[in-house]
Design a protein around this ligand. Structure first.
Ligand SMILES: Cc1cc2nc3c(=O)[nH]c(=O)nc-3n(C[C@H](O)[C@H](O)[C@H](O)COP(=O)(O)O)c2cc1C
Length: 389
């Protein structure tokens, strides 16, 4: 058993274990990947104030996100094709999250369906919605999420069209992988992954195939997204989805204070400050850089969550200290899942929890509600990018 001390350890094992096509799908951003890189590197522009001789007994990382108790304010982000990173990946990640006491968010573009995950878990999970041109499909999938007892709808607003990721096009990304000579050669070196995949019947987009009119095969994510995702999604449609759902609503993909104000006006339980992990608009600012401006604009009106670039508990602490109530991890849990299944997801969460707890203590704070800007030292460069109008 390898000794795992940081998320990067999981990434390295993950890379060895999972077919290149799916590793590349996860580990890339759009176009030049500038935003993807800066999501991580911008956290380094924030340093911490060390405080001493403060009673550090009885610490806790427990909190709430949209009123739901969490043992750690770190939810699992919706990640498409998780079931290709590891057989039954969505089920395993949902079970790990449930046992750890953090929310799991199932993507519309998952391999395991809403019903598959509901059947194999005992507590409600969150469902992430991509709005489709086919309104009947959208209506039905919202109903399916309600029937499955999902306790929040996470509506993604930053993917009406797909940002181009070069590697996915070059690899011919599909689920299951097409058996081209290059794929066969690569799969031959991933027998552990392949054996598990052979044992599960879940190898297609099961939320979609058989549920969307005329879709018998959604194997190519790119082609399907181009055809089906609704490019006309606007605030009016967001209000209609809110009404259709009628439960706790989280709006994901907000990266601008003006949009944050609109989201607060439409009415939602939380917004996620996110650039989709650098996978959509390359050249956009990192999430952590825009967080203070958004907190200033709507912090008193709506709960604020953040994702994109979180690879450690210190990153979580910085986001919370800047005003986020909760955070999400995407790649960090996928590394764990791909590396060692359910246990890997638990290890990812535990690694982050320990880092958060120790950092909190060394900064002189005992629980996540005490985290604030006073404990941070921020590089002057952090506020470098300004609008010119
Ligand atoms: C491989 C992959 C697939 C993703 N699929 C979805 C998706 O289906 N729906 C969605 O709203 N976000 C999706 N995202 C974005 C994540 O929800 C989240 O915003 C992002 O991963 C956060 O950045 P991080 O990976 O640096 O933590 C995906 C991200 C990755 C890495």
């Amino acid at each position: 058993m390898p000794v795992i001390t940081e998320i990067e350890d999981l990434r390295r094992i993950y890379q060895r274990r999972v077919p290149k096509m799916f590793y590349d799908y996860c580990e890339s951003g759009s176009w030049t990947e500038q935003t993807f890189r800066e999501n991580e590197s911008d956290f380094d522009l924030i340093r911490l104030r060390q405080r001493v001789a403060v009673d550090m007994d009885n610490r806790s990382t427990a909190s709430t996100m949209i009123g739901q108790d969490v043992s750690l304010p770190v939810a699992l982000a919706p990640v498409g094709m998780t079931g290709m990173q590891h057989a039954d990946g969505e089920i395993l990640a949902a079970q790990a999250a449930e046992e750890y006491g953090v929310p799991f968010t199932l993507s519309t573009m998952s391999i395991c369906s809403i019903e598959d995950v509901a059947e194999k878990t005992t507590k409600p999970f969150w469902f992430q919605l991509y709005v489709m041109r086919d309104q009947d499909f959208t209506r039905r999938i919202i109903q399916r999420a309600k029937d499955a007892g999902c306790s929040a709808l996470v509506l993604t607003l930053d993917l009406q069209i797909l940002g181009q990721r070069h590697k996915d096009l070059k690899n011919g990304l599909s689920a299951p992988p097409k058996l081209t000579p290059a794929n066969i050669a690569n799969l031959a070196t991933k027998w552990g992954w392949g054996m598990e995949m052979l044992r599960t019947p879940r190898r297609q987009f099961r939320n979609i195939v058989g549920h969307a009119e005329g879709v018998g095969d959604a194997s190519s994510l790119m082609a399907w997204t181009a055809e089906q995702f609704d490019p006309s999604l606007d605030w009016g449609k967001v209000a209609k989805i809110k009404e259709m759902w009628g439960g706790p609503l989280i709006l994901k993909g907000i990266l601008d204070a003006e949009d944050a104000k609109k989201a607060a006006e439409v009415g939602c339980d939380a917004i996620v400050v996110s650039n989709h992990g650098g996978r959509q608009l390359d050249g956009a600012l990192s999430s952590i850089r825009v967080l203070p401006e958004i907190v200033e604009a709507v912090g008193d009106k709506v709960e604020i969550h953040l994702d994109s670039g979180i690879r450690s508990g210190q990153d979580v602490l910085k986001a919370l200290a800047l005003g986020a109530r909760g955070t999400y991890i995407g790649r960090a849990f996928i590394y764990g899942l791909g590396a060692m299944g359910k246990q890997g997801v638990t290890t990812a969460l535990d690694t982050i929890r320990k880092e958060l707890d120790t950092t909190m203590a060394l900064c002189g704070r005992r629980n996540v509600h005490e985290l604030d800007r006073d404990m941070l030292l921020i590089d002057q460069d952090f506020h470098r990018w300004r609008r010119t109008t």
